[in-house]
Design a protein around this ligand. Structure first.
Ligand code: NAD
Length: 273
């Protein structure tokens, strides 16, 4: 069963489940991406800073799938923020990917201390107008950052990619996204395995015959968010894709909600960069 798709606020669709490639070594990215796409993934989440865009592009071509069937994401790194620098950075990403255009480009972090994210956003708007990028969004933006770029440009990001896992559920920011028409996409969705042994996770895994990782990914899907787990192992890729033939009960969703503790695996977006 292919992953479900969510509608973005610009009318385009995004696969709800995709592959993340942070820390996938450049030398093996091509093969990881190609085998993921061949087994049913349709989205590959990369970034300039991951250093593996060339392999990301090669993997898409090596998969044998029509280019239009694959959703490719990259991100503008902090050092490339600012209007002209962002235009150049995205052109450099397209060159490394060996692609004419891509489906989604995100601002990787707001880096508020630089105060360049509005100019960076204007550059993404321009790249979308020029057809280099089909949809534009952000990552790690807090409510204030979202409201500022929308207020100053009138353009609402299609998506905000943020850390979400059972220990950091981001209910408030997800509510804001829903009000603004922004898709939430969860990074580090498995939360470094910190909830694999939690009682509600173990109970749901035992009831469904699924693994802890699968019930956590299923929880993301049932929250209605998009999710991009990473695995370099073929078995792990297949396991993370195999989450569509079962459902968590309402009681299990409530039990997962109680795992919230507001603790991050990654940096605080207000300070990072
Ligand atoms: P993840 O939650 O996907 O976990 C990856 C880790 O879990 C790896 O060590 C992997 O070996 C292990 N794993 C994967 N599948 C498993 C399974 N079925 N059972 C047990 N262990 C399993 O973490 P991540 O890579 O940090 O996040 C996913 C993606 O999100 C990244 O690859 C990247 O694309 C994106 N990301 C974005 C940002 C951002 O700032 N925008 C930050 C971090 C990650």
């Amino acid at each position: 069963m292919p992953p479900a798709r969510l509608r973005l606020n610009d009318g385009h669709m995004i696969p709800q489940l995709g592959l993340g490639i942070w820390q996938v070594p450049a030398g093996s990215t091509r093969d990881t991406v190609a085998s993921a796409l061949q087994m049913g993934y349709r989205l590959v989440d990369g970034a300039a800073i991951y250093g593996n865009e060339a392999g990301q592009g090669e993997g898409v071509r090596a998969s044998g799938l029509p280019r239009d069937d694959v959703f490719v994401t990259t991100k503008v790194w902090n050092d490339d923020q600012g209007y002209d620098a962002t235009l150049r950075a995205v052109e450099a990403s397209l060159k490394r990917l060996e692609m004419e255009s891509l489906e989604l480009c995100l601002i990787h972090w707001p880096t508020p201390s630089r105060n360049l994210y509005v100019d960076t956003w204007r550059a993404l708007i321009r790249l979308r107008e020029d057809g280099r990028v089909r949809s534009i969004g952000v990552s790690n933006f807090m409510g204030d950052h979202l409201e500022r770029i929308i207020g100053e440009t009138g353009t609402v990001p299609v998506l905000n990619q943020i850390e979400v896992n059972p220990r950091l559920q981001q209910a408030e920011l997800r509510d804001l996204h829903d009000r603004l028409g922004i898709v939430t996409q969860s990074w580090t969705p498995l939360g470094q395995g910190r909830s694999f042994d939690a009682a509600p996770v173990r109970a749901a895994a035992a009831r469904t015959g699924k693994t802890a990782a699968q019930v956590i990914l299923r929880w993301h899907v049932q929250l209605g968010v998009a999710v991009i787990p990473r695995s370099s192992r073929t078995a792990g890729l297949a396991e993370n894709l195999d989450i569509l033939d079962f459902a968590l009960t309402a009681e299990e969703m409530i039990a997962f909600a109680a795992l919230e503790e507001g603790s991050r695996c990654g940096p605080d977006p207000m300070r990072f960069g």
